[in-house]
Design a protein around this ligand. Sequence first.
Ligand SMILES: C[S@@+](CC[C@H](N)C(=O)[O-])C[C@H]1O[C@@H](n2cnc3c(N)ncnc32)[C@H](O)[C@@H]1O
Ligand code: SF4
Length: 360
Amino acid sequence: MKSMYIHIPFCKSICSYCDFCKMYYDEKMVLTYLDALKKEIDSVYQKEVLQTLYIGGGTPSHLSKPCLTKLFKIIDTFPFEENYEFTFECNIEDLSLLLLIFLKEHRVNRLSIGVESFLEKNLNFLNRYHTKEDVFLKIALAKQIGFSNISIDLMYALPGEHLDDLEEDIDFALSLDVSHISLYSLIIEEHTKIQIENIKPISDELDLKMYQLIEKQLEHAGYVHYEVSNYAKKGYESIHNLTYWNNNTYYGFGLGASGYIDNVRYSNTRSLNHYVEGNYRYQEEKISQELEMSNEMILGLRKLVGISLDDFYKKYGKRVEEVYAIQDLLDAKNLEIEKGYLRIPKDKIYVSNAILVRFV
Ligand SMILES: C[S@@+](CC[C@H](N)C(=O)[O-])C[C@H]1O[C@@H](n2cnc3c(N)ncnc32)[C@H](O)[C@@H]1O
Ligand code: SF4
């Protein structure tokens, strides 16, 4: 076990599109939650040396100083490998000199920042309350404090968004010169404000054009497209997220978190009451070898490099072609093999879901 995810489900305000496990910030509730979180971690974590730790949310950066101190009292005891990656998710509004110094002093070496867009009309639609100027100031500040590994999240395919708008967003994002950029096409999730308001998605045709524009501009700027929605400067691919896509095990702690330990995939409850009472788990599934191989394919083929055929054989004692009939996919150029890797060709990654269903 080399990776751990910790979920902090509290936010100052709720975004119109958000389907994550989150609730309004309440200081007393946060302190109670952190007690329960410590109990969950203490009961499961075997003190292995961690390669990656990811604190996500919700909005971990919104925690007050007493709450942050309480959270890091738990984390400060974790042993890390020499080349560890410790990511802390932040919203722009929360980034202050004091917070950044605190995170730096407590071993955080990667920030994942929800920028979403630089354009006022997009930010209004998403219910996000920062400005383009805030983004530039805060990211410059983070760099000044010494954070060299910064990832930003952007969203596109918003209703009314044109290719020109996206191009503007991409230009601003590139001018930040950060090491990692994730770009997500808007999903209209059930029970979100935008779904209740009956907002309609943009056309598939425009969505594809946007996807292609992103790939063209980011690659031109020197970023490597390494996963469906993720781009990194060479050497800055997210080690933590690669744990998921490589189908490796990881701890997941906190409300609504999921994890994969000892051949069991689990999700925690989304009920705060259940969680603070110590009833952490909501669902557990023992992973058979058949399911493990299926996950290996579905997760691994999200990476542009694909999956190593040798590694698959070493892990399962079977060749991919013995387990799955893939010849027709190869013939139709929906899959290709290069240098021992099976992958979805770059021009088909956009429709990867349609190909991945074959491995379900
Ligand atoms: C785990 S969330 C980060 C949560 C964090 N509190 C924030 O808002 O930045 C990671 C990213 O997923 C993206 N995302 C969230 N909901 C989405 C949706 N409905 N459709 C597309 N992307 C979404 C956003 O870019 C978000 O920053
Ligand atoms: S998108 Fe992030 S900040 Fe917004 S409500 Fe969801 S978790 Fe909170």
